[in-house]
Design a protein around this ligand. Sequence first.
Ligand code: PLP
Length: 355
Amino acid sequence: MKKYNFNAGPSILPREVIEATAAACLDFNGSGLSLMEISHRAKDFQPVIDEAVALFKELLNIPEGYSVLFLGGGASLEFCMVPYNFLEKKAAYLNTGVWAKKAIKEAKAFGEVVEVASSADTTYSYIPKGYEIPADADYFHITTNNTIYGTEIREDLDSPVPMIADMSSDIFSRPIDISKYICIYGGAQKNLSMAGLTFVIVKDEAVGKVSRYIPTMLNYQTHIDGGSMFNTPPVVPIYCALQNLKWIKANGGVEAMNKRAQERAALLYAEIDRNKLFRGTVAKEDRSVMNICFVMNDEYKDLEADFMKFATERGMVGIKGHRSVGGFRASCYNAMSIEGVQALVDCMQEFEKLH
Ligand SMILES: *Cc1c(COP(=O)(O)O)cnc(C)c1O
């Protein structure tokens, strides 16, 4: 039976990306050695990281003056590295979910944190609007896609101060106006590569402005100067990212990824809204096109476990909602085909007929 991988992260990757990475793990570039057993400074590996950085910049149209870094530690370490490097006195944060909250917690250790707005009152079912961003903040931090709740800021906001964004789960799903940000980061395991890699886009001239000592490994300047090779970088995930960046380019770039994402989301949300058994969990105008959350309508609540079994038997993988939301979550990252979403919609329709 064909499996459709709706996992939230680590998550679906294109088959060819997995095959190319697996092949390099057996024999890298015809060297007779595995990618896992060569030096990151080997002459054959430098072109891998160089090409990955170049393609990353090309696909996102990153202007001059920005660096792309490949690090370890996950988005979770960036929650601390961001304020370490950029928070001198005050920072503004938008609280749109668990990840945003974790970023806020870390920032509080470094200075004054203004939470400009929060949707915690409704389990983060919407993106707050109409808040004020203090003009004297060092930066304004947002989480563009709230992986757990299924809300998304799918535009580049206007802000009186430079923006910083956690784009773990929607990077490479749409064009971004990079010039509005001094830093964009994320764990690669949602929409870019396998687990073990963190990407950071950083504006070079924004680094080095805070007065505190920053430990070497936590200082962005270290990694800008070292070309992400200050210490041993995660070579296999970087290789995997390169394969995926090539796949994105061959499939039309981020414009095409955006179009595909909109098509998938339109198909699934239309069914959620039509089907008498289900309903969406978040404000319609803030619906994520990456993580689509839905629950059973109140009168059918006791069918949730049955539907999970029904869908699992038909090849749907990873559609269980996060425990804080319940119900279902279909994560539709770049590699998810429209056929996969159609298969889920078919399940929902068949299940409806039975009830
Ligand atoms: C998954 C996720 C994280 C955590 O990423 P790690 O790489 O596991 O630290 C942070 N932010 C968002 C939006 C996520 O989806």
